[in-house]
Design a protein around this ligand. Structure first.
Ligand SMILES: *Cc1c(COP(=O)(O)O)cnc(C)c1O
Length: 379
């Protein structure tokens, strides 16, 4: 066996601009390297404007954003929060670290987001909130979720970590519920290295989140603590990178949509390569182009087979998340999650990043065609 080929095409890579470097140097030269400094408020202002909300509160990462959102909603021991079974663990961890219980709900086979037909049955008198996760940039059915939330007086916290840039009936993700939580990890649409943001139109929730992220300290009286808080602040260094990224927002979104179109164009021609359904009211953002590989239709070729074939060509891919219900902290043995399990087994994410070229996309697709023994033409 030969050594594994070096990775030529990663699944994801950040695009950092020249402005990023000069803004970061400004921080270093001026000494404003912690969370005080003009880039922090500038980024919050740009972000609030972009999402169309009254308040954007920067935080140290996306998990902190979720944790603060759940804390600010006064959710704690004895409470339940509904989340999809197929998501990154941070969604569930935020609920658990508030002392509440995440109630898992299966996802939709077509959309891959929470199955809204199953939410109502999961609501009890302990339910306080729903956290829809906009997986791979596809927006959950917010109309149905907001209707249920209104009927049962629940809070809606969007997990927007993968959906920045997506629109629902023309409105940006992060403005569709009571609170929106974003991540700026290196593989997200906008990155600050590590970082995150909470968005809301509620002044009360915004004030509480600002206080919680800064030790629960009184704004008018320093070192007087009104609530027990945390230190989840974003640094000026991170915000400087964030401000530089915001200038490329539209280009980032456009390029990712284009990449998905290309992959869909080529791969939809193969049997059993199934893309998520984007609901008509939703303009998804394609965080990572992802495909479900159904071996019953591909002639036995699995997502894992494709991953291995691509890896031999120096192409990196990414498996889907494991269903939460199977993992020790979230175990739910008494409920079935057939769709989440199926997607987790059959899902595969393909290289998706700003600098990915047409030739690289074609190379990825040609490698997959080879495995299917189908001749590839770039038409
Ligand atoms: C990335 C991500 C998060 C967490 O963000 P971090 O910044 O890495 O803490 C939360 N939820 C989802 C769905 C994510 O993809």
């Amino acid at each position: 066996m030969s050594e594994l080929t070096e990775i030529q095409i990663p699944v994801s890579e950040p695009y950092l601009t020249g402005e990023a470097k000069s803004y970061v140097l400004n921080c270093l030269d001026s000494g404003w390297i912690s969370s005080k400094g003009s880039y922090v408020s500038e980024l919050e202002g740009l972000f609030a404007q972009r999402i169309g909300v009254a308040h954007a509160i920067s935080v140290s990462n996306g998990t902190a954003a979720l944790h603060l959102a759940v804390l600010a909603a006064n959710i704690g021991p004895g409470d339940e929060v509904i989340i999809p079974d197929l998501t990154f663990a941070a969604t569930a961890n935020a609920v658990l670290h508030c002392g509440a219980v995440p109630i898992l709900v299966d996802v939709s086979l077509q959309d891959w987001t929470v199955d809204v037909g199953l939410i109502e049955a999961a609501i009890t008198d302990k339910t306080k909130a729903i956290i829809p996760v906009h997986l791979y940039g596809n927006l959950a059915n917010m109309t149905a979720i907001n209707e249920l939330a209104a009927r049962y007086q629940l809070l809606v916290i969007e997990d927007c970590a993968e959906s920045l840039g997506a629109l629902y009936h023309g409105s940006p993700t992060g403005s569709l519920g009571d609170l929106g939580c974003f991540s700026f990890f290196a593989n997200k649409l906008i990155t600050t290295g590590e970082g995150g943001m909470v968005t809301t139109n509620s002044s009360e929730l915004a004030q509480k989140i600002r206080s919680l992220r800064d030790h629960g300290m009184s704004v008018s009286r320093r070192y007087w603590h009104e609530i027990a808080g945390l230190n989840y602040r974003m640094t000026n260094l991170q915000a400087a990178v964030g401000v530089s990224q915001m200038a490329y927002f539209d280009q980032f979104v456009e390029k990712r949509r284009y990449i998905e179109q290309q992959y869909r164009h080529y791969l939809s021609k193969l049997p059993g390569m199934i893309f998520m359904r984007v609901p008509p009211q939703c303009q998804s953002v394609n965080w990572l182009t992802s495909v479900r590989v159904d071996p019953a239709l591909t002639g036995g070729i699995s997502a894992e087979d494709i991953a291995m074939q691509l890896r031999l060509q120096g192409i990196e891919t990414r498996a889907f998340f494991f269903p939460l219900h199977q993992q020790p902290p979230y175990k739910a043995d008494d409920v079935q999650f057939p769709v989440s399990l199926l997607l987790s087994n059959q899902g595969l994410s393909l290289p998706t990043y700003y600098r990915l070229t047409n030739a690289q996309i074609e190379f990825v697709c040609r490698s997959i065609y080879n495995l299917f023994s189908v001749p590839f033409t770039s038409e």
